[in-house]
Structure formats: structure tokens, C-alpha cells
Design a protein around this ligand. Structure first.
Ligand code: AMP
Ligand code: MN
Ligand code: MN
Length: 342
């Protein structure tokens, strides 16, 4: 929560007024970014449950294809709010988007979101491009769920165990289990309130972070084994990189989402400020994750390559062979003066 921002405060006030004035039997469409992570799903489902508590009777939540919730998030409360993007209401009375830094991240749901008389956009990416009719973007917030919790509080919604679990998962995932710099005292205080309301940190950690199929561990070993360290990259700050292919996933019988956690190991390489993980999406298409320990603005690199994110955690979609994509990243890291953080 950035109380210092009067614009955000005014927009939050306006959003709460608009929601409070909306007919409770109107259709509400909630949408979050493609391949939703804990924050995208947690902020959206927690907020959706809150709207139900507030009295809305027709709340639908969705995200772009592939319409599949990653296994670790299948215990989240509010999954019954989810509808296939093809079945989402085409002309909702109210639309709310979560954790998407640009409209493109909302894929085929854009048309329905744009057709709503009001589209409230909740996000926390510094790279947010500005869209929707009421824009609640707090780049200092650790997660979109922080903004969502603030808005629910303004509506006077009491956070129950289910809402608390959704928001807790969102905050725990986006802070890397309360380890990243965005873990302020306000975030910890919010987490404490969520635990008081019934969220269970141990259970969430076991389900979301500490459980994976044995074959995924073996795949991790293979991916780590081929990781490369280039200490001279990024003007000598160093780059550690790794990739996995569709063939790797097939060989180990694993879905794409198991790769999400691999970055947490790769990025620990002491010799590199920047870490890059290239994950397959479709033939010739890659989801590229970038992380920095503090010396590099990886959001600038990601934005330059068509993506977005935060200063120390960002991503973009790459095309071609994995090696080519890595080459592009190396190039951008070397050539941009603006990305060094002093
Ligand atoms: P990830 O590496 O997927 O965990 O993403 C790190 C951050 O970058 C998240 O805040 C994402 O929302 C953002 N991000 C990842 N991929 C993209 C993309 N293709 N376009 C815009 N932002 C992205
Ligand atoms: Mn996200
Ligand atoms: Mn987020």
C-alpha cells in the first residue's frame, strides 16, 4: 500500500464507489494474465469471493488459453468462479483485471473486458502500460493481492478463511516466500492479518513450494547440469542461464509449470547478477524469465524485448531456437547503458 500516492488513493476511492453502486445481480467478469501464477490466481479468486460476500450473484473469473490451473494451485478456494475464456460473458456489466502489465497478457478476454462500461485494472508492475477505465497500479506493492485486499477493505468486506488463503498464496508467491525486497513491514502486517483470518502458512508452503513429482526433480537435475555461467556478460556483472525444451518435458512426463520453480535454484549462482531461464511454450516460442540480484534493471531488458515485469524480476516471449533467445538476452545485457543499477 502506497498511501503517499494521492492518484492511487483517488482511484481506489472511485473503484470502491463504482463497485458499491453497481447492481448486485449484474454480470461481473474477472480476468488475470495468461499462465497465471499464485498472484494472478490468488488476487483474482480472493477478490471474486469478496465480491460474492458483498452480494454480487454473477461473478465469473477467467484467463486466456491454455485454460489450465497449475497443479500446485488446485487447492485454492474460489476455483468454482472459473470459466473457460470461450464461455466468459462477452458483455459484462463490470470488468476487473488482475496482475496483467499490458492488455496483451489478457489474450482473448480483451474484447469482453473492453466492452464493459467500467474496467477496473489492478496491477503492481512498474512496466504497466496503462489500460482500463479505473487504473489501480501500485509499483511498490509486493503483489496485486495487496491492492485487491485494500479495495475489498474499502468495500467493508470481511476477509474470511477462503479469501485470506487466496491472498496469502498470492503474497507468498510474489515475495518468494517473504524474501524479496518488496517484503515491507506493511506486507508482513497484511500477511499476519490473513493468517489471523485463517490462512495456513505451513500448509500453503507445503502445497505450493515444497511438493513436486520425483520426475520433476530429475528434470531439474538435467536442466541444472546444462546451465551456463558467463561471468563477463552484462558488463562483467555476470549471467547464469539455463533452458528446458518441450522434448525434455515429454521425456520426464512433466507439464510446463514445473519449470517455474527452477529459477529459484539457477538464480542463486554467486558469480552472476543476472539469471535467465528459457521455458518452452510452443514450437519456436519461449517464455523467458529474467532475475537480477540488484545490479541490473531486467524489466528494461524485458520491455526492450517485448515483455515486462519488475526491476529485479521480469519476462518476455522469445522466438526461434533456445540458443538464439539466450543470445538476444546476452546482447541486450551488454548493449544497454540504462539497465545498470548504481
Ligand atoms: P516470471 O519470470 O514468469 O515469474 O515473471 C516475472 C515477472 O515478469 C512477472 O511479474 C511477470 O508478470 C512478468 N512477465 C513475465 N513474462 C512476461 C511477458 N511475456 N510480458 C510481460 N510481462 C511478463
Ligand atoms: Mn503474475
Ligand atoms: Mn504479481
Amino acid at each position: 500500500m502506497r498511501y503517499g500516492s494521492s492518484t492511487l488513493d483517488a482511484e481506489l476511492f472511485l473503484a470502491a464507489e463504482t463497485i458499491a453502486a453497481a447492481p448486485r445481480d449484474g454480470t461481473v467478469l474477472l480476468a488475470c494474465h495468461v499462465n497465471p501464477d499464485g498472484d494472478a490466481l490468488g488476487s483474482m479468486l480472493g477478490f471474486g469471493l469478496g465480491l460474492r460476500r458483498f452480494g454480487f450473484t454473477s461473478v465469473y473469473a477467467s484467463f486466456p488459453e491454455p485454460f489450465e490451473v497449475a497443479e500446485p494451485f488446485r487447492f485454492l478456494p474460489g476455483l468454482d468462479l472459473l470459466v473457460d475464456p470461450g464461455k466468459a460473458p462477452a458483455r459484462p456489466d463490470l470488468a476487473v483485471s488482475f496482475d496483467a502489465a499490458s492488455p496483451g497478457r489478457l489474450g482473448e478476454l480483451i474484447g469482453a473486458l473492453e466492452s464493459a462500461p467500467t474496467w477496473i485494472m489492478l496491477d503492481h508492475h512498474g512496466s504497466n502500460t496503462g489500460f482500463g477505465s479505473i487504473r489501480l497500479v501500485d509499483p511498490d506493492a509486493a503483489a496485486t493481492a495487496v491492492v485487491a485486499a485494500d479495495l475489498l477493505a474499502r468495500l467493508g468486506v470481511v476477509v474470511d478463511r477462503e479469501i485470506a488463503t487466496c491472498f496469502y498464496v498470492a503474497i507468498a508467491t510474489d515475495t518468494g516466500s517473504f524474501k524479496f525486497d518488496a517484503t515491507t513491514s506493511e506486507v508482513l502486517a497484511l500477511a499476519a492479518r490473513l493468517v489471523e483470518a485463517g490462512a495456513e502458512p505451513g500448509d500453503v508452503a507445503r502445497r505450493v513450494f515444497d511438493t513436486r513429482p520425483f520426475a520433476a526433480i530429475q528434470l531439474l537435475a538435467e536442466v541444472l547440469n546444462r546451465a551456463e555461467l558467463d561471468p563477463s556478460a552484462a558488463d562483467g556483472r555476470g549471467l547464469v542461464s539455463a533452458y528446458a525444451t518441450m522434448a525434455d518435458l515429454e521425456r520426464y512426463g512433466q507439464p510446463i509449470h514445473v519449470l517455474e520453480s527452477f529459477m529459484d535454484v539457477v538464480r542463486t549462482a554467486a558469480e552472476a547478477d543476472v539469471a535467465c531461464l528459457v521455458k518452452p511454450v510452443a514450437p519456436g516460442q519461449w517464455a523467458v524469465s529474467l532475475r537480477s540480484k540488484g545490479g541490473t534493471d531486467v524489466a528494461a531488458v524485458a520491455v526492450a524485448l517485448g515483455g515486462g515485469g519488475h526491476r529485479l524480476a521480469a519476462g518476455f516471449t522469445g522466438y526461434g531456437e533456445a540458443a538464439e533467445v539466450l543470445g538476444t538476452v546476452r546482447d541486450k545485457l551488454d548493449r544497454s547503458e540504462k539497465i545498470r543499477v548504481d
